[in-house]
Design a protein around this ligand. Structure first.
Ligand SMILES: [Zn+2]
Length: 167
């Protein structure tokens, strides 16, 4: 296993829509292991998408269990080819991202989502969650479509903030 370097905005890989994973082979399994280790290596990190480590593939890992805003939580979630199949509610929330280290931003997200895809063993997986974990899932799926939170803010002037402290 290895901790992978994180690509930083404006790296082009972050802006490209990622491809579906055709099958989970040894290389994909290793990438998932390394992504998980990379996420846990960054204190306060609650999710990581494959484009952030240089792979335009629809893979993400999420673990919101340690975050103070988390209510409902599934601990470590590995998602391959995730699709949001249901959304409810709306909230404006301050987000950050390892790939945009110097800023945070106010982003509008659904409060509850259902996501369908495959788990790390290629089995069908459906997760319905709400609150902070639901927001992390939406943030990571955005990465797979080539979007960063700075693309989602209503106003670049009002809704982007320079970070004063790092977690
Ligand atoms: Zn991010």
């Amino acid at each position: 296993m290895a901790v992978l370097p994180i690509l930083i905005y404006p790296n082009k890989t972050l802006k490209i829509p990622s491809s579906k994973v055709p099958q989970v082979d040894e290389n994909i399994s290793l990438l998932i292991k390394n992504m998980t280790e990379t996420m846990y290596d960054h204190k306060g990190c609650v999710g990581l998408a494959a484009p952030q480590v240089g792979y335009n593939l629809r893979i993400m890992v999420v673990d919101a269990s340690k975050h103070k805003k988390t209510t409902l939580c599934h601990n470590l979630i590995v998602f391959i080819n995730p699709v949001i199949t249901k959304k409810e509610g709306a909230i404006i929330i301050r987000e950050g991202c390892l790939s945009v280290p110097d800023y945070t931003g106010n982003v509008k997200r659904a409060t509850k989502v259902t996501v369908n895809g495959l788990d790390g063993n290629s089995n069908p997986q459906e997760i319905t969650t709400e609150g902070f974990e639901a927001i992390v899932l939406q943030h990571e799926i955005d990465h797979l479509d080539g979007y960063l939170f700075i693309d989602r803010v209503a106003s670049l002037k009002r809704d982007i903030f320079r970070r004063k402290k790092y977690q």
